[in-house]
Design a protein around this ligand. Structure first.
Ligand code: TRP
Ligand code: ZN
Length: 463
């Protein structure tokens, strides 16, 4: 993806024009990207989304999505125009503060330029509402590494997966992990189908052969872990002993084989909470598709998506992401190891406690695996590498080396819980992590970071 920097001269011209307008508020266009080291054009500058209200009409038989996105955002600069990320689909109209706005599209950048005298509402610090009406057949995005995300057709419907950039295939927004927001997703589907999204099911109403499902996510969510699954599902609702609302939706083809593992969700959540701190959300669950519908699991918030019945290790991994990734979210895609390293380490911890595999053994296996040494997890060479073994296995090794360096399990787990508490529902970078650890422990761990997090070659096993 390419960034579209605003030429300095154009900025200057706009500034002059703004200054020249008698009584004009002016402002400048928000940036087209947030300069993420891996996806420079991803996300948009000049505003911060606080809430998405998505009203969607999905008809899998017609392969059609019709949507109205109401985006509430706070301006972080005086804006004359701003960008949204949207891939494919046709935009029928856009309004800002209820007035028509001009829309321009180039690649995945959608520019919204309010017409008329709404500028006052786009002053830095003000909250404004944008409504975008759109429709079409959503795109399946193919990543540089060949993985499919965005909008995936399934045997009986569709599922939306958004890591790292796919969510722009089903709604316009600020699709960078640093801009988290609350969501209301209202989806109308043919009566025979179910629509499942993140958060809690607020209402479900059937009329004229169609059912509307209203899902609400009050806790901040990064758009890459937003999801929507439409299809035939066997659903179950319950409440864990800890008061977390559970909602599972399983493709009937996967239902019988999923039953036992999904029953483990409350126990896995309780076990995880004991190590990582209180579960960060008010609801949890799972969405299980068929293995030929999806190729991989994704930790979509509250409710991970699985490609067929998961095994316990995968369940542990995706639930660990609710703490590492979904509550504490990477500041940029460079910080991906903070997600995958910890989720992999959770698997190691689980295996130690349940399968008689000491963490040392998991560490040794990862250490011996050459695939984990292709690059440093703290600085993946390119976007293609973000889901490669070093981010997972070597990321988990960083966590384990930290545990060994502390040489005190109680202190180590307290440190982990302090981390999830400090950055709960926020964003954190690798620098935030190393600074936090050094501050909490009062130690200089430069050697550890240099060798395990940033070093190009495999450090000695001992020492
Ligand atoms: N985050 C997923 C997991 O570990 C895997 C994944 C899916 C992924 N798509 C990705 C990782 C894109 C990096 C980039 O459960
Ligand atoms: Zn993962």
């Amino acid at each position: 993806m390419k960034r579209h920097p605003t030429p300095r001269t154009a900025l200057l011209l706009l500034a002059l024009l703004g200054a020249g307008c008698a009584g004009g508020v002016g402002g400048t266009p928000g940036a087209a990207g947030l300069r993420d080291p891996y996806f420079p054009g991803l996300g948009n500058g000049g505003y911060d989304v606080t809430h998405y209200a998505l009203k969607l009409d999905v008809d899998p038989a017609e392969d059609r999505l019709r949507g109205t996105a109401t985006i509430t955002a706070r301006a972080t600069q005086d804006l004359s125009a701003f960008h949204l990320d949207l891939a494919g689909l046709d935009v029928e109209s856009a309004t800002v503060e209820g007035r028509p706005a001009a829309v321009n599209r180039a690649g995945t950048e959608m520019t919204v330029r309010p017409a008329g005298a709404v500028e006052e509402r786009l002053r830095a610090g003000r909250t404004f509402t944008t409504v975008v009406r759109y429709s079409g057949s959503p795109e399946t995005v193919v990543d540089a590494d060949g993985a499919e995300e965005g909008w995936l057709r399934t045997a009986d419907g569709a599922v939306a997966l958004g890591e790292p950039t796919g969510s722009m295939a089903w709604f316009p927004g600020n699709h960078h992990p640093s801009d988290k927001a609350a969501y209301d997703v209202e989806v109308t589907v043919p009566q025979a189908l179910t629509a499942v999204s993140n958060g809690e099911l607020v209402t479900r109403r059937t009329a004229n052969g169609r059912t509307a499902f209203h899902w609400r996510t009050a806790e901040p969510m990064a758009s890459y872990v937003a999801t929507l699954a439409v299809g035939r599902f066997t659903t179950r609702q319950s409440v864990t002993p800890g008061g977390v609302r559970l909602f599972t939706a399983v493709d009937p083809a996967s239902a019988a084989a999923s039953e036992d593992v999904l029953k483990e969700i409350p126990a896995v959540l309780a076990w995880s909470a004991g190590r990582f701190g209180p579960y960060p959300f008010s609801s949890a669950g799972a969405i299980v598709e068929r293995s030929d519908d999806v190729d991989y699991a994704l930790e979509t918030q509250n409710r991970p998506v699985f490609p067929g019945p998961p095994d316990t290790a995968l369940l542990v991994h995706e639930l660990a992401h609710q703490w590492f990734g979904n509550s504490v979210t990477p500041k940029t895609w460079r910080d991906m190891w903070l997600n995958e390293g910890f989720a992999t380490y959770a698997e190691w911890l689980w295996a130690a406690g349940h399968d008689d595999v000491p963490v040392e053994e998991s560490f040794d296996e990862a250490y011996e695996d050459d695939a984990n040494w292709a690059f440093a997890p703290g600085d993946p060479p390119s976007a293609v590498d973000l889901s490669d073994p070093p981010v997972y296995g070597r990321g988990a090794m960083v966590v384990h080396r930290l545990r060994l360096a502390l040489d005190d399990d109680e202190a180590f787990f307290a440190l982990v819980r302090g981390w999830t508490e400090k950055y709960r529902h926020g964003n954190a970078s690798t620098d935030d992590f190393t600074a936090y650890v050094e501050e909490e422990t009062g130690r200089d761990l430069t050697g550890l970071w240099d060798a395990w997090l940033y070093g190009e070659s495999r450090p000695p096993r001992e020492g």
